[in-house]
Design a protein around this ligand. Structure first.
Ligand code: NAP
Length: 252
């Protein structure tokens, strides 16, 4: 191949970080990692990083066109529905190849006490009316929903500190970034007397420890299921991404 292939990687996930490491080693690919800027101290990347929204589909179309990008890999979180929809629309407009690097969702195993809900607002009543000790791992941005059930004791884990005004009255916040082992998660949950875990169905190994720990401890799990995604070819990991890029790089 004569010229380097410009690739935009939409990131903010472990998958995107892993992909960045592999793409950085391939001289024929010139990839840029894009982050929304939600995390105050994002993990370092070997790729050039751009931070912040594009300005909707229109802005993304402009960035892709002016940046000479020839492919997009959407490695965003399964709950980042807006950017994925925008990427699909922008690539369709520009007739650019787009693929998705995502993790399969978690599935309940026999004996698990899972309650699937469509969103965080629906997760709150699913905890039940009786006061319970609840472990919340759904991120810092939608915590205000739990103020509707002030009778519970919440253990809230986030990467960056949540805004005080969004917190329910009875809470303890712990700041930590995964991966978390099932053993450590079980210690944390057992130590805090947790009866209910609230989690998004993020999928993937890095945050599966809490689901496994809940299984071991018999903790009830309220699972916020994924929003609809625009679809597209799914790449199982960095090697699949390289093969996909190789298929597209010599296309006119
Ligand atoms: P979202 O609702 O789909 O996106 C909201 C807006 O943020 C988008 O319209 C876009 O702004 C901007 N944006 C999102 N991802 C971007 C990226 N990779 N590069 C540049 N701009 C981006 O997404 P979200 O749920 O707020 O998540 C934001 C980021 O955090 C995503 O990159 C995602 O991978 C990561 N993340 C999300 C979750 C979660 O639970 N939602 C969990 C872990 C990590 P413009 O319209 O202005 O382009």
């Amino acid at each position: 191949m004569s010229t380097r292939m410009r690739v935009l990687v939409l990131g903010g996930t472990t998958e995107a970080s892993r992909l960045a490491v592999v793409l950085a080693e391939h001289r024929e690919i010139e990839a840029v990692l894009s982050l929304a800027g939600r995390t105050r101290h994002p993990a370092a990347s070997p790729l050039p990083v751009r931070i912040g929204g594009f300005g909707g589909t229109e802005g993304l179309v402009t960035t892709l066109r002016e940046g000479g990008f020839r492919a997009v890999i959407d490695a965003t979180h399964p709950f980042a529905a807006r950017i994925s929809a925008n990427a699909a629309a922008a690539c369709s407009r520009l007739v650019l190849p787009r693929a998705v690097c995502t993790r399969p969702p978690w599935r309940p195993k026999p004996g698990d006490q899972w309650i699937g809900v469509p969103d965080i607002a629906a997760a709150v009543p699913a905890i039940g009316p009786e006061a319970a000790r609840v472990f919340v791992t759904t991120g810092r941005l939608e915590l205000a929903a739990f103020q509707a059930a002030p009778q519970h004791d919440y253990l809230i884990r986030t990467i960056d500190p949540p805004d005080e005004g969004t917190l329910p009255p009875r809470h303890r916040v712990i700041l930590a970034r995964g991966p978390f082992s099932p053993e450590d998660e079980a210690d944390l949950m057992a130590g805090a007397g947790i009866a209910v875990l609230v989690t998004k169905n993020s999928g993937g190994a890095a945050s599966a420890g809490k689901v496994e720990a809940a299984r071991r401890l018999g903790v009830r799990v309220i699972v916020v299921e994924r929003p609809p995604a625009p679809g597209g070819e799914v790449l199982s990991g960095p090697e699949a991404a390289l093969a996909w890029l190789a298929r597209h790089r010599d296309a006119p």
